[in-house]
Design a protein around this ligand. Structure first.
Ligand code: MN
Length: 162
């Protein structure tokens, strides 16, 4: 996907968001592949779930946020790839700009794909472990159609039905 759509949607003289560029494919982070969630209080509050892959952050907007309950399926709507630099962004996007509203980092850590993540992404099934502060353990992202995926917690010690 690259960052063309990300750049096209934004006016960087008006938004504090980073312009960014595509990073090295192997990832610049020696700790592993970046995972993060930003809570985004836009016209509709949502949680932006992001996974580093091939020098960008693959991104999904999760309207209700992730659930630790393996029985709950969270809708995750794929949005444009974001630059890796976006993972450090917190601030207020001005009203009238794309995604206007407050952005805070809600969770951040690394993700460990099970198997080849490129193949998983292509096939529409990413299986992975999260090592964040709030979210940990096994997760799946499963594509339903062009834009809509489901984010699912696996049954493990990090799951909870509360
Ligand atoms: Mn958002």
């Amino acid at each position: 996907m690259g960052l063309a759509t990300y750049h096209k949607k934004r006016n960087f003289s008006q938004t504090p968001e980073p312009e960014g560029k595509v990073g090295p494919p192997g990832g610049g982070n020696e700790k592993g592949l970046l995972y993060l969630i930003q809570k985004h209080d836009a016209s509709r509050l949502h949680y932006d779930f992001r996974l580093e892959l091939d020098g960008v952050l693959k991104s999904w907007a999760v309207p209700k946020g992730p659930s630790l309950d393996p029985a709950r399926k969270s809708l995750a709507v794929q949005v444009e790839d974001h630059p890796i630099e976006y993972g450090g962004f917190e601030g207020v996007i001005p009203q009238g700009q794309y995604g206007g509203g407050k952005v805070v980092v809600w969770d951040r850590g690394t993700w460990i794909p099970a198997g080849d993540p490129r193949e998983g992404y292509r096939k529409g099934h990413l299986k992975f472990r999260l090592e964040g502060v709030k979210l940990r353990g096994g997760w799946n992202l499963v594509r339903m159609d062009e834009k809509n995926w489901l984010l699912l917690k696996e049954k493990d010690d990090a799951a909870s039905t509360r």
